[in-house]
Each structure stands twice: as C-alpha cells, then as structure tokens.
Design a protein around this ligand. Structure first.
Ligand code: HEC
Length: 396
C-alpha cells in the first residue's frame, strides 16, 4: 500500500483543533463562572470590584477582580488569547483541507447549485467575513447596547444564513459553515476587540493614566457573547456525524432549534452561578430538544419517495450499488480520487452489501451523503428502493 500523508495531516490538525478548542472554551466557562460568583470584597482596595475563594488541586485560591484595572501594572500578567487564535487557525485549516481541496466531493452539491471550485470557496469566505462584519457592526450600533436584542438579531441572522447555506452547499458543508461563521465571530471578538482593548488599558496604566472603563465593558460584553455561542458551535461541529440532523428539507430549522437549546442550557448555567436556578429552563430545553427530534424524523420520512409495497429484489439492489457505489467502494477503485476503498468499506460482494445494510440506510436512504457528491446522479427512487429492501430485512 502506498503511504498517504493526507489523513495524518488531517488527524494532527483535528487533534490540535480539539485541544485548543477545549482550552479556549474551558477558560471561557471558567472566567464567566468566576465573574458570576464574585462577592463584595472584604478589604476593598482601589478599583477592586469583587473577590472569591475557591479550592482545587490541594490548595486554596483567592481571586480578586479589578473591574477595569488595578492602580499599578502588575509585574507579570497572564493573557488568554492563543487558545482562541489556534482554535480558529486549526479550524480554518481543516475547512480548507476538507472542503476547499475536496470541494467537488464535500462542498459542492450540484443538485443545489452548479458551482466551480473557486466560486464555492469564494462564497464560503464571503460568509465567514460577512458574518463577522455583520455581527461587529450590530454590536457597535446603538442596538449593541441592548445585549438581549443583539443576541436575538444575531440568532435570526444565523438562521437566515443557515437557510441560504443549506440551499447552496452540501448539507454537511452548510452545517460546518454555520459553525465556522460563529467560530470566526468568536475568535475575531478576541483578536479584534477584547485583546486590543486590554492592550489599550495596559498602555494607559503603564503611562500612569486612568484607563477608560468603556474599554473593559466592551470586552466583557464580547466575552459574554462568546460564552453563549460556545454550546451551539460545539453542536454544529459534531452534527456532521449525525445525519438525522441535516438529512431533511428543513435542516436549517432543525439546527436553529438545537442551537437554541444550546443557548438555553448556557443561560441556565449562567443564571445558576448567580444563585438563580430555573427548573423551567431545564424542562423547556428538554421539550425543545424532543420537539426537534420528532420534527426532524417526520420531515425526513415525508421527503422520501413512495415506491409501493412490492418486495425489492436483491438483483435490483446489486444493480444500484454497482452503478453508484462500487467505483469507490472496492479494493482498487476506478474513481480517480481514491486509491483504496474509502473508510475500508467494500460493497462489491453480495454478503458485504447485506452486512453494511444499516450504514447504507443511514448514508443513502435517510440522508444523501453517499454516493459522495452524487456524481452518478442517483435518483430519489433508487434511494427509496434500497430503503424498502433494507426495511424488509435486507434479504439476498
Ligand atoms: C466518490 C466516491 C464514493 C462513492 C461513489 C460512494 N462512496 Fe461511500 N464513502 C466514500 C468516502 C470518501 C467515505 C468516507 C470514509 C470515511 O469517512 O472515512 C465513504 C463512506 C461510506 C460509508 C461509511 C460511512 C460511515 O461513516 O460509517 C458507507 C456505509 C458508504 N460510504 C456507503 C456508500 C454507498 C452505499 C454508496 C453508493 C450508493 C457509496 N458509498 C458511494 C466515497 C464514496
């Protein structure tokens, strides 16, 4: 077998993306938790706005917050930014490797829009940059003073983007792009607003001037927005492995519903940290999750073609599979893109088709992930025939 370095590069970058993502989101949770638990300081020094005691790892910690800045610059100051920058960079690298280099197979869905590779990449970048431009303008506008209204407008803009993207790109690529828009806004919040403002505060402290409190407030607002975006963005990243979330004509509504569950769960925790536990919010999140589940299942079922009640013969199944699958799923694929069977899945023998029936159902019937990019133009009827055969017990 020839050595192929691409999957190793993919693995290394994905691993990095996980590690930095965990570090970033972990510190976001931690600092918002910290802020929400601060108490009135016992001995108040100038500029001190709160303090907190905690115990962890065999010792006690005593933290004090200075709402804008202490009177003097401390000798050693820790910043939190590289985890955000590396999460974005590794995420963008993954997007480029999978969806830009493999645009024909993973990004473009010719049944939706017949794009060239460069057009598709252009649209992708426009959404990432445009998303940040829109969100940042919103925050800087008078609306930005009202956090709740800003959040609602941003949420509905993302739903609109989801609707547009699911009509432009393949379903999975569309979902990843919504996640990438949110992730880009989060990283840009750190890079373009939070860190520059903190640098200005540090500069005025060093110059012996009083820092502008507005700089701190703006940073705090963006950091809170980021906190609410964490759970939806995680969901968008894992949704790619769950075809039932994106394999129906209303997938943009499904992801909107699940994203809202994420925001509600985050809100529950932020409230709880302030001492306000809201069981109603827990119940509402669970109910919404179940409602989305029922809706997605129903929407997928209704979108399937009816092929009648007559039993589907195995011969028909074999014909469909050899026409649409075997150019890739065989030991020596004829498809130019693959040197070996993708995912190690072979579909060139009857017993293998039966063996993989449940995965085939998931990949071909309830979703249209396979055949990749549907280059062979598999019809909805052929999918339904495979579905009927599998539902009837996948008999040879
Ligand atoms: C253009 C090449 C290509 C064609 C055509 C193709 N596949 Fe695939 N298939 C892939 C690739 C790439 C993967 C992903 C492997 C991975 O994720 O590691 C895959 C994965 C799969 C998987 C495993 C999915 C999982 O994540 O468990 C199944 C099942 C599958 N294909 C079935 C089919 C069926 C059935 C057809 C025909 C209707 C088909 N494929 C057509 C390239 C193709």
């Amino acid at each position: 077998m020839e050595f192929d370095i691409t999957p190793w590069i993919n693995l290394a970058i994905r691993w990095l993306h996980f590690i930095t993502g965990i570090a970033w989101i972990g510190s976001s949770f931690y600092f918002v938790w910290l802020d929400n638990h601060l108490e009135e300081p016992k001995e108040k020094k100038k500029g001190m706005s709160g303090e907190l005691w905690s115990v962890h790892g065999g010792g006690f910690y005593h933290k004090q917050k200075y709402a804008v800045a202490p009177e003097q610059m401390p000798d050693n100051l820790h910043w939190f930014k590289w985890e955000a920058y590396f999460t974005w960079m590794s995420g963008f690298a993954l997007l480029a490797i999978i969806y830009y280099l493999g645009a024909d197979l993973f990004l473009i869905d010719r049944a939706k829009m017949d794009l060239s590779q460069w057009q598709a990449i252009g649209i992708s970048l426009a959404f990432l940059v445009g998303g940040w431009g829109f969100y940042d303008t919103l925050c800087r506008s008078p609306i930005g003073k009202n956090n709740r209204l800003t959040g609602i407008i941003w949420f509905f803009s993302l739903v609109a983007a989801a609707y547009a993207l699911t009509n432009i790109f393949s379903d999975r690529a569309a979902f990843i792009h919504i996640g990438a828009i949110v992730g880009t806004a989060m990283a840009a919040n750190v890079f373009m607003v939070i860190i520059p403002n903190q640098k200005k505060i540090v500069a005025s402290l060093t110059a012996g001037e009083e820092p502008d409190p507005k700089l701190g407030q703006i940073g705090k607002q963006r950091s809170l927005h980021n906190n609410y975006m964490t759970l939806p963005v995680l969901l968008l990243m894992v949704s790619n492995h769950y075809p039932m979330t994106f394999s129906n004509p209303y997938n943009w509504l499904v992801i909107a519903g699940l994203g809202l569950v994420g925001v509600m769960v985050r809100h529950f925790f932020n409230m709880r940290h302030k001492g306000k536990t809201s069981p109603a919010l827990v119940v509402a999140s669970i109910v919404l999750f179940i409602a989305v589940m029922v809706f997605a299942t129903e929407a997928e079922k209704r979108s399937r073609v009816d092929v009648g009640d007559a039993a589907v013969e195995f011969r028909q199944v074999q014909l469909i599979v050899s026409k649409h699958c075997v150019m890739c799923h065989t030991a020596a694929p004829s498809h130019e893109f693959f040197d070996e069977a993708p995912g190690g899945i072979l579909l060139d023998r009857p017993e293998l088709i039966t063996q993989y029936a449940p995965s085939i159902f998931e990949q071909v019937v309830t979703s249209d992930i396979m055949p990749l990019a549907n280059e062979t133009g598999m019809t909805d009827e052929e999918r339904a025939l495979l579905g009927k055969w599998i539902e009837d017990g996948a008999k040879q």
